[in-house]
Design a protein around this ligand. Structure first.
Ligand SMILES: Cc1cc2nc3c(=O)[nH]c(=O)nc-3n(C[C@H](O)[C@H](O)[C@H](O)COP(=O)(O)OP(=O)(O)OC[C@H]3O[C@@H](n4cnc5c(N)ncnc54)[C@H](O)[C@@H]3O)c2cc1C
Length: 326
C-alpha cells in the first residue's frame, strides 16, 4: 500500500474543501488500496458527517443519508414496507458484517469486481487508460453483456443500485461548484473509450443523500438475484421490478437488471413491452426478450442472456403473484 494522508472531517463543507478521496465504510476503498489498484494521496474520512438518517419527506418519499449503513437501510420499517425491492436487494449483498460497515454513498460508488481490474499484473483500461482490456480475450464469465465497449466489459456489481434504479432514485451531491440533484438513471456513464470515468460526479463532489419518490398507491416490488452460491456472492443476473396493477393489467412498470450491464441497467424496452398489458407468462417473456435484445455475449458469458431473462420473468411472476409456468 502506498503512503497517504488521512483526514477526518465533521462537516460537509470541510469534506469538500479537503479535496481528497472519501472514505466511508472502507469495504471497497481499503481493499483496493491494499491491492495498489487505488492510490489516493489524501483519504478524507467522512464517517463523522451527520448523514446517517433515513427520513420521510414532507410531500411523500424517503431521504436516505449517504452514511446510512446498508444493514440499517435494509431493516428500516418504511423501506421494508414501502420499498421491499430495496430491502431485498441490500440483504442479498455481501455478508452481515460487510453490510454493517457499507454505506449508501459507498455502495453506489463501489468498484467493479472484474478480476483484471483488481490485479495490477494485468492490463485494464479502467485502472490505467490505454493499457488494454485483459477481460476481452480472457476469462470473461462474470462480465457484461449490455453496455460494454471495445475498451471495457466490466459489470457494475451493486445490488442496491439496481433496486434504486427501478425506484427512480435521485442522488444529491455537494461539491466545489455547489449542490446538485442527479437522477440515478443519469448518474452512471457507459465505459466507451474512457472506462475510468464511471459516473457524472466531478472531482471532490460528495454524495450527501439519496431520495426515493413515494411509491404510487398499490405498488408492489421485488428483487431476485441469481448467483453461483446462495450467500456472499455477486449477481450473475438479477432483476428489480416495481409494478402497479389495475386488475389483471400492469398499469406502471419499472425494471432494472443487475450482473449483466456495465452500469445498473434500467430497461425501458421491457417496461414498454408490459405497460398497459395483461400480466401473462407470454407478456413477461416478450418483455425479457426486449430487455436483452441488445445483449452482446463474450466467449464465456452467453449463458447470462438466458439467465437474465429467467430472472426477470420469475421476478415478474412473483410480484404479480402469478404461478410459475415452467
Ligand atoms: C467480499 C465482498 C462481497 C461483496 N458482495 C457484494 C454483493 O453481493 N452485492 C453488492 O452490491 N455489494 C457487495 N460488496 C460490495 C459492498 O457492498 C461495497 O464494498 C460497499 O457497499 C461499499 O460501501 P463503503 O461505504 O464501504 O464504501 P467505501 O469503500 O468507503 O467507498 C467506496 C467508494 O465510494 C466513494 N465514496 C464513499 N462514500 C462517498 C460519498 N458519500 N460521496 C462520494 N464518494 C463516496 C469512495 O471514495 C470510494 O471510491 C461486497 C464487498 C466485499 C468486500
Amino acid at each position: 500500500m502506498q503512503e497517504f494522508r488521512y483526514r477526518q472531517v465533521r462537516t460537509v463543507e470541510s469534506a469538500v474543501r479537503a479535496n481528497g478521496t472519501y472514505l466511508a465504510g472502507g469495504t471497497t476503498l481499503v481493499d483496493l488500496m491494499k491491492l495498489n489498484v487505488l492510490q489516493p494521496a489524501t483519504v478524507v474520512d467522512v464517517n463523522p458527517l451527520p448523514l446517517a438518517q433515513v427520513e420521510a419527506l414532507p410531500g411523500g418519499g424517503l431521504q436516505i443519508g449517504a452514511m446510512v449503513r446498508n444493514s440499517d437501510l435494509a431493516n428500516h420499517p418504511t423501506v421494508k414496507q414501502e420499498y421491499p425491492v430495496l430491502s431485498e436487494a441490500l440483504l442479498s449483498g455481501a455478508s452481515p458484517q460487510l453490510r454493517n460497515m457499507a454505506t449508501t454513498g459507498g455502495n453506489l460508488l463501489q468498484k467493479t469486481r472484474c478480476s483484471y481490474y483488481r490485479d495490477t499484473n494485468y492490463a485494464c483500461n479502467k485502472r490505467e487508460q490505454g493499457s488494454g482490456c485483459s477481460a476481452m480475450d480472457g476469462y470473461n464469465r462474470m462480465h457484461a453483456v449490455l453496455g460494454g465497449s471495445a475498451d471495457c466489459v466490466a459489470t457494475h456489481p451493486s445490488d442496491m443500485a439496481v433496486a434504486m434504479m427501478a425506484l427512480e432514485a435521485t442522488v444529491h451531491t455537494e461539491g466545489p461548484n455547489g449542490v446538485r440533484a442527479i437522477a440515478l438513471r443519469d448518474f452512471y456513464v457507459l465505459p466507451g473509450t474512457s472506462p475510468s470515468i464511471e459516473t457524472v460526479l466531478q472531482p471532490g463532489e460528495l454524495i450527501t443523500h439519496v431520495t426515493l419518490p413515494a411509491p404510487p398507491h398499490g405498488t408492489r416490488s421485488h428483487y431476485l438475484k441469481l448467483r453461483d452460491r446462495a450467500q456472499y456472492e455477486f449477481a450473475l443476473a438479477s432483476a428489480a421490478v416495481v409494478v402497479q396493477m389495475h386488475g389483471k393489467h400492469l398499469a406502471r412498470v419499472r425494471i432494472a437488471l443487475g450482473g449483466v450491464g456495465t452500469r445498473p441497467w434500467r430497461s425501458p424496452e421491457a417496461e414498454r413491452a408490459l405497460e398497459g398489458r395483461e400480466a401473462t407468462a407470454g407478456n413477461f417473456q416478450k418483455a425479457a426478450a426486449a430487455a436483452m435484445a441488445g445483449a452482446k455475449p463474450l466467449k464465456y458469458n452467453a449463458f447470462k442472456i438466458e439467465l437474465a431473462k429467467m430472472a426477470l420473468v420469475r421476478a415478474l411472476e412473483t410480484v404479480t403473484q402469478m404461478e410459475h409456468a415452467g
